[in-house]
Design a protein around this ligand. Structure first.
Ligand SMILES: Cc1ncc(COP(=O)(O)O)c(C=O)c1O
Length: 383
């Protein structure tokens, strides 16, 4: 049976030809494609600067370093995210404080207020999870009032908007990931920092290039975190298609919403507010029957994902830090399931997926012994 993937990147003839052209004609590191991509990306997001990196995690590390995050500094982020969000901060010795999420799966100024009222926090990292923009105007407002620096984790939200502005342009800095499952890729790992701050820009440029001041002089202990020229050239072409691909994702999301609202115990992704534009990086359902639904879809050739079964505050690597009181985040991690969404998802395949999900509830297929027997094995794969 043919498997419908959860997601798949678009790779076209132009991208392949460009990769060959760059391989044959440019410096493979530091070629002109890198600057071209960075300039286009900054323009797209609406910031003065963009610095490309070899991953979103590297971008986070460089951004935290650039704001002088130090040992013992407190950094707030949701626990409902991919583990990389605060790894860079913790590597620099910061202490994570995890913020609860709302029913839209992102942090809000009200939830933040509870933490910022109690502690002096150096930095807040809102995550535009699943492509859904956080309410950046009110988050910016509270961060400013409490003197906290904002670094947006925009790894999943290329092109999402809040009040007519792209996310990634609100904080002192923002980071993006181009890992191949993201809304756009560079044909492998890659990342970007966007910022209006000249200091952050200059620090990131230097630190991604082994702390280099001149060709042979290094006045800081940096690292090699640069994006390769071939990847940058592919990224630039991907960026030209991003809006068109995001529009397709939104159409697919609308169809899911129209057909799956009211089915079984499903909770659909949050509707966008009047000022927001989500880019549906993932289409995430919530159900108490998450594991059985996953088994049923997989049995019928449909891939699913769980983003994320272990919230960051429950990860073994984070057990040395305080704060475990995140009831909704725990509930979220036990009930989420992502179903296929990507620009070229065929409408017949989508109809097939919708039909399978609907049948799962209408025909009470979750009672089938065959599915229940596999539940243990399936949930073991999530830990
Ligand atoms: C929310 C979030 N933050 C950070 C990252 C890290 O990006 P990368 O995988 O490119 O290092 C990712 C990537 O999966 C992510 O989804």
């Amino acid at each position: 049976m043919q498997l419908i993937p959860l997601t798949t990147p678009v790779v076209n003839k132009e991208m392949k030809e460009t990769a060959v052209r760059v391989l044959e004609n440019e410096m493979l590191v530091g070629g002109e494609s890198v600057i071209n991509f960075e300039e286009s990306f900054a323009k797209y997001v609406g910031t003065d600067y963009a610095v490309s990196t070899n991953s979103g995690s590297s971008a986070l590390l460089l951004a935290f370093y650039a704001i002088n995050l130090n040992i013992g500094d407190k950094v707030v982020a949701p626990s409902a995210t991919f583990i990389a969000t605060l790894n860079g901060a913790c590597l620099l010795g910061a202490n994570p404080l995890f913020c609860e999420i709302g029913s839209d799966y992102v942090i809000s100024s009200d939830l933040l207020e509870k933490i910022l009222g109690k502690s002096q926090v150096k930095c807040v990292v809102p995550v535009h999870l699943y492509g859904y923009p956080c309410d950046m105007s009110s988050i910016l407002d509270i961060a400013n009032r409490k003197n906290a620096i904002l670094i947006e984790d925009t790894a999943q939200a290329h092109g999402a908007q809040h009040k007519g502005k792209k996310v990634g342009s609100f904080g002192q800095a923002a980071i993006f990931s181009f890992y191949p499952t993201k809304n756009m890729t560079v044909g492998g790992d890659g990342g970007m920092i966007t910022t209006n701050s000249k200091e952050i820009y200059e620090s990131a440029l230097k630190m991604r290039d082994v702390g280099r001041k001149t060709k042979y002089t290094h006045d800081e202990i940096g690292y090699t975190l640069r994006l390769n020229s071939v990847n940058a050239a592919i990224g630039k072409i991907q960026l030209q298609h991003l809006d068109e691909w995001n529009d397709k994702r939104r159409l697919i999301a609308n169809t899911y919403r129209n057909k799956l609202t009211g089915v079984g115990d499903l909770i659909l992704p949050p509707e966008e507010g009047p000022h927001d534009k989500s880019v549906y990086h993932l289409f995430v359902l919530r159900t108490k029957k998450r594991n059985l639904l996953g088994i049923w879809l997989s049995k019928n050739g449909v891939s699913t994902g769980v983003h994320y079964p272990i919230p960051v505050h429950r990860q073994p690597a984070y057990q040395k830090f305080e704060g475990k009181d995140l009831d909704f985040t725990d509930e979220w991690s036990k009930t989420v399931i992502s179903i296929p969404i990507f620009p070229n998802l065929d409408s017949k395949d989508q109809e097939y997926i919708i039909n399978l999900v609907t049948r799962f509830y209408d025909e009470r297929l979750y009672e089938q012994k065959e599915l229940k027997d596999k539940e243990k094995e399936w949930s073991n794969k999530l830990i």
